[in-house]
Design a protein around this ligand. Sequence first.
Ligand code: GLY
Length: 372
Amino acid sequence: MKKLNRREFVQTTTAAGVAAAAGPATLFGQAPTVMTPKSVKPVVVSSANGNRYKNGGTKTCVETAFGLITSGSDVLDALIAGVNIVELDPEDSSVGYGGLPNADGVVQLDSCCMHGPKKRAGGVAEIEGVRTPSKVAQLVMDQTDHHLLVGKGAQDFARNMGFKIEDDLNTEKSRKAWLEWKRRTDPLHYLSPKDRDSAHHRVAMEMIADGWIDPEHYYGTINCDGISPKGEICGVTTTSGLSWKIPGRAGDSPILGAGLYVDGDVGAAGSTGRGEANLYNLCSFVIVDEMRRGAHPKDAALTALKRVAKNTIEKRLLNAKGQPNFGLNFYCLNAKGEYAGVAMYQSTYAVCTENGAQTVPMEALFEGRPTD
Ligand code: GLY
């Protein structure tokens, strides 16, 4: 007799159990194969801002999402309710309302989401005038045959879906920071693209040192991923993108496989940090694929970060030690409920389990800071 492996055993015994409960008529008929995922300890992971901002309420993003998941809510609905808190909080200058604007002073937002069990996804890039792009991304997923809407088309779609379109998503804080950046960079200088790039980087680093920008918020972003007790996995990423970006620049956050990737049978991975480095390497896809091959989330993310480091060869992107001079962070979990936060350089991330929400250190590929 053929030995059953564990997965076949679960399927077979579950189907038999259902058939037996349903009575003899189905016992010998076409009993459906019922997949019963084994029970998993639920967890929500996110970037550190997911356990910092409350938008005047009592709970952070990860606490909210975890509470909803364990109360039986759809996992993606729960994660999006969580990141909405950060999108709406004017104090987080890297996500949603009050996110640092582009080079013209306009806040343009990116987001995408993936639903593991439904195997569906949606995203928006460079959307203006909507505080919660993650909600629009979810509607692209639910209401259209497409995966990504950009710019004016994304905004028109949001309007048609009943969203209020606002003229300006700047807060006083983000507008003042943009004015300071404008003053420091003087756009009337016709610098070569190379010089302009290094001038922008230098000014950004000076503004971070002078306290105008939170170092975590130059690229910013929130990614949040969760797994329910039934093993359902979803994820969402939302951002205002790189501060002072060229208008129209889309980063990694709205791109499936870069800012986020979910395979409901395997796991989820999402990112914050330098989007260009992640776009070039499609790290979230790589991480989920590594987990598919059996790697622990921590090792899967380290593999992706090593690839980024190997592919970073331009001098302007390297520090004195020849390492990448930027941050890039991944938040990942697998179908067993194992999770990790892994960064190019030391940072922190948020985790919520049955023991509550915590902000904990990430595993880091390199010691020190990007600019050392
Ligand atoms: N990771 C956010 C961005 O680069 O836009």
